[in-house]
Design a protein around this ligand. Structure first.
Ligand SMILES: [Zn+2]
Length: 242
């Protein structure tokens, strides 16, 4: 297997989840200790793009709990005790939690894309959680009927067993993609090619998150709350069910 999306920018750590989001365990080596543990390679997702970091364990001369993973100039794993440089460790992520986050992440792309394309909502932010996700958007007269129609449309699309694929695309190709650009290209890694996530014919956009392979894995979404956040700004909450 050749790793196309193994690193972000100049980072030393190979981020294997960018290639394969289904890896639950991995052997790695401690490369450096600085603010936390820096590894030669990892499967721990570092909090970014609205997706929280993975939790889990790192087993070497003892078992270390991984309590937080952040993306600084390197991927930094915070642990309860500190291993030593050169120590060989077996990484294990909390898979149950991660898989829920993957389902939520794919769901949030589908909800955002349909809310935008079919209902004219302007998405301004999002946050993924294990149990629910929220989307901030701009829409003046949103009501419960619209929520219901959006929910129905999203679930129709999810049930179509649409494949989720990770592609490598050139920056200028991305710029030419119609309706795909919901992110500011300047916020993305400065590399010439970018990691792009496509969800069937529903959504395509540059993304560094972990997703399921097929929309059927998401299950069904339920929009359970809309909050007013200022004049035209709303906050929508949804949960997912199998
Ligand atoms: Zn995303």
């Amino acid at each position: 297997m050749t790793y196309v999306f193994n690193r972000s920018g100049t980072m030393k750590t190979i981020q294997l989840y960018l290639e394969d989001s289904y890896l639950r365990e991995l052997d790695a080596e401690v490369f450096e200790i600085r603010d936390g543990v820096i590894l030669d390679r990892t499967i721990f997702y570092a909090a970014s793009g609205g997706q929280p970091s993975d939790l889990g364990t790192m087993e070497g001369t003892r078992k270390y709990e991984v309590t937080e993973v952040t993306k600084l100039d390197e991927i930094v794993h915070r642990t309860d005790f500190q291993p030593t440089v050169g120590e060989k460790v077996k990484l294990k992520i909390d898979w149950e939690r991660r898989y829920l986050l993957m389902r939520q992440h794919t769901a949030i792309h589908v909800v955002s894309s349909i809310a935008m394309k079919e209902f004219g909502a302007m998405i301004t932010g999002n946050q993924i959680n294990q149990d629910y996700s929220r989307i901030d958007f701009n829409f003046k007269d949103w009501n419960s009927e619209i929520s219901k129609s959006l929910q129905t449309r999203v679930n129709e699309e999810l049930r179509k067993n649409q494949e989720v694929t990770v592609l490598s695309m050139k920056r200028d190709e991305i710029l030419r993609m119609e309706g795909a650009l919901k992110v500011d290209l300047r916020l993305l890694p400065s590399t010439d090619t970018l990691r792009v996530v496509r969800i069937g014919d529903i959504d395509i956009q540059p993304d560094g998150g972990t997703h399921v392979k097929n929309t059927s894995e998401v299950g069904e979404i339920e929009i359970y709350k809309i909050e007013n956040k200022g004049k035209n700004n709303k906050r929508m909450y949804f949960s997912i069910h199998k």
